[in-house]
Design a protein around this ligand. Structure first.
Ligand SMILES: Cc1cc2nc3c(=O)[nH]c(=O)nc-3n(C[C@H](O)[C@H](O)[C@H](O)COP(=O)(O)OP(=O)(O)OC[C@H]3O[C@@H](n4cnc5c(N)ncnc54)[C@H](O)[C@@H]3O)c2cc1C
Length: 536
């Protein structure tokens, strides 16, 4: 069983250096922006454990029905999950949890599910933010299969630059195992600390440096999938025109088609040099057209992220070093960049020669757009804190504030309009409920055709957990509806799960949904693999 050095009702580890308390300045600023707030009281672990009902599963040596295991697999990491865990008001738990050691044990568990008529939820790191791994109420018992004990490198082919991992290998373990051989996968979702390679594949994840390394779709070369119909081996072939690609058919099935147990990924030698930088551009319009130009010129950068004005202001003024912010503003204003400036963060990764050529190109494009580079310390600061944002939710929550994010991807011709529309929908919905939301956005994951749009919103908790959840649900719905009305995907990287499934037909169409439904029926005619997720 994976060790639980991780909190049951919050993100990550209790001893994380990223855990902080909201500063007095931050509290005052939020008070002005969205109102004064009071923290809601947490339920205790003992109370919640006492509420776990008895299990409906048969006793089996591979299955734990321990209340603690069941609680720790009851919810993921969405804001709604967070509210359930913090309030202790959890209405569904898996009936048991299994921790298989290999594909054979996964197979045994799937056979058992058919024999005893129970449902199965595959579980990687449980970092889903869209209700992927939450059991739904129903007549059948539910077994969550945590792949966390399948966390080894199983094979390494240096000549072909292919590595095979157990599906439950989390980001830091995977990178450490590759680093020992001089390689990297380069897949860094913000949830990297806890999410797993199998989860990335099953939910079509995208990492912060997708510009260099690609999305998980480009990294996933093949592997072994256990389904209720039998085992499917997808060979790792460099490219193939032999009909539809089975990898594409599996990716994004979110545990509904089967369980990937072994994942073959394409790896890259460790770069000789990697640096991150921050620059400022004169305003949002100039920023977006510079970002587009960098993407379309195919500059060899490893990441690009453009913050809009409100995100820029929020980032600058939430810095604990007010003096450094004042000095930065002064030097930017001497270069003609006023209060409309927006922040561009970018990464440069590669051999010494590639690094210096790409950095020089990026600097030239930024200068031509009237922008200016910030001191190197700002890029270093981003790199050091890149996995810290999930802990920030707790910092705010402890002060009575809730934070959530929405993300999509649209073509370049729609970017500016989409950001404005989503932000307005969120802010207006908060106001319609007599509240206020602080909303800001960045663009990242850039492509020649368009980019992802990632919006964050902060609001005050209400008088109770239930009222806070209801308030959030209305805001989330307004933002999601605005997203699909703009022609954006309901998710560029977080997936569909439960929370986004009603929006899926907007993207897939009626026939598309029918196709997916038939495919899932083929593998799982009794709908026992993660039922109620992905498809409406
Ligand atoms: C703070 C935070 C930041 C995040 N940032 C990013 C980001 O930058 N980019 C991004 O892409 N996502 C991000 N996410 C979302 C989430 O981390 C991803 O969806 C991730 O891919 C989930 O991986 P996991 O191992 O935790 O899977 P889980 O959450 O455990 O499961 C996700 C889905 O995959 C299925 N699944 C898991 N493992 C398997 C398997 N072996 N076989 C079959 N099905 C399986 C589950 O049934 C479920 O439907 C973030 C989440 C959080 C909480």
């Amino acid at each position: 069983m994976p060790n639980y050095n991780r909190r049951w009702n919050a993100w990550g580890h209790a001893d994380s250096p990223y855990l902080t308390t909201l500063s007095e300045g931050g509290r005052q600023a939020l008070g002005l922006l969205v109102g004064e707030a009071t923290a809601l009281p947490d339920a205790t672990l003992e109370t919640v454990l006492a509420s776990v009902p008895s299990s409906r599963l048969p006793q089996h040596p591979l299955i734990s029905t321990d209340a603690d295991d069941r609680l720790r697999h009851a919810r993921g990491q969405s804001l709604s999950d967070w509210i359930d865990l913090r309030s202790g008001d959890i209405d569904t738990f898996p009936d048991g949890v299994a921790f298989p050691k290999d594909s054979t044990e996964v197979r045994q568990l799937l056979d058992l599910a058919e024999q005893h008529d129970f449902d199965v939820i595959p579980y990687g790191g449980g970092t889903s933010v869209v209700g992927h791994i939450n059991p739904l109420a129903g007549d059948r018992a539910v077994l969550t299969i945590n792949l966390g004990d399948m966390n080894q490198m199983l094979a390494f082919d240096e000549e072909s630059q292919l590595a095979t991992f157990g599906a439950g290998t989390p980001g830091p373990v995977l990178e450490q195992l590759l680093k020992q051989r001089g390689y990297t996968l380069g897949h860094y979702p913000q949830s990297w600390e806890l999410s797993t390679v199998g989860g990335w594949v099953a939910s079509r994840s995208s990492g912060q440096q997708s510009l260099r390394y690609g999305r998980i779709e480009q990294m996933f070369a093949g592997g072994r999938i256990e389904t209720l119909k039998g085992t499917m081996e997808i060979p790792a072939i460099p490219a193939s025109s032999a009909g539809p690609d089975l990898r594409e058919i599996f990716m994004g099935t979110e545990g509904r088609m089967g369980i990937v147990t072994e994942v073959k990924v394409r790896v890259t030698p460790l770069p000789q040099k990697e640096t991150f930088h921050v620059a400022f551009l004169p305003n949002w319009q100039a920023g977006v057209s510079t970002l587009r130009s960098m993407a379309q010129q195919k500059l060899q950068l490893s990441m690009l992220r453009l913050s809009n004005l409100m995100e820029t202001i929020t980032m600058l003024y939430s810095s604990s070093d007010a003096e450094a912010t004042a000095a930065l503003n002064e030097s930017m204003s001497a270069a003609g960049l006023d209060d409309n400036k927006v922040m561009l963060t970018f990464g440069v990764t590669g051999s010494e020669e590639q690094h210096s050529a790409a950095l020089a190109q990026a600097k030239a494009v930024i200068a031509a757009a009237g922008g200016k580079l910030a001191p190197d310390a700002m890029g270093d600061h981003w790199a050091h804190g890149r996995f810290g944002a999930p802990y920030w939710r707790e910092t705010l929550w402890e002060a009575g504030y809730a934070v959530d994010t929405m993300e999509t991807a649209v073509n370049w011709d729609k970017v500016i309009d989409t950001v404005a529309t989503i932000e307005a929908a969120i802010a207006q919905q908060a106001e319609a409920q007599n509240g206020k939301a602080h909303v800001y956005t960045h663009l990242s994951h850039v492509y020649g055709q368009g980019c992802s749009v990632y919006t964050t919103y902060i609001f005050t908790c209400r008088e109770s957990f239930a009222a806070t959840k209801a308030y959030w649900q209305q805001i989330k719905q307004a933002g999601a509806q605005a997203t699909v009305d703009q022609g954006g995907t309901i998710s560029h990287q977080h997936g569909v799960g439960f929370d986004h499934k009603t929006y899926l037909p907007n993207e897939k169409g009626e026939l598309g949904i029918e196709t997916l439904q038939h495919l899932l029926n083929l593998f799982d005619p009794d709908a026992r693999m993660n039922p109620g997720k992905l498809l409406p």
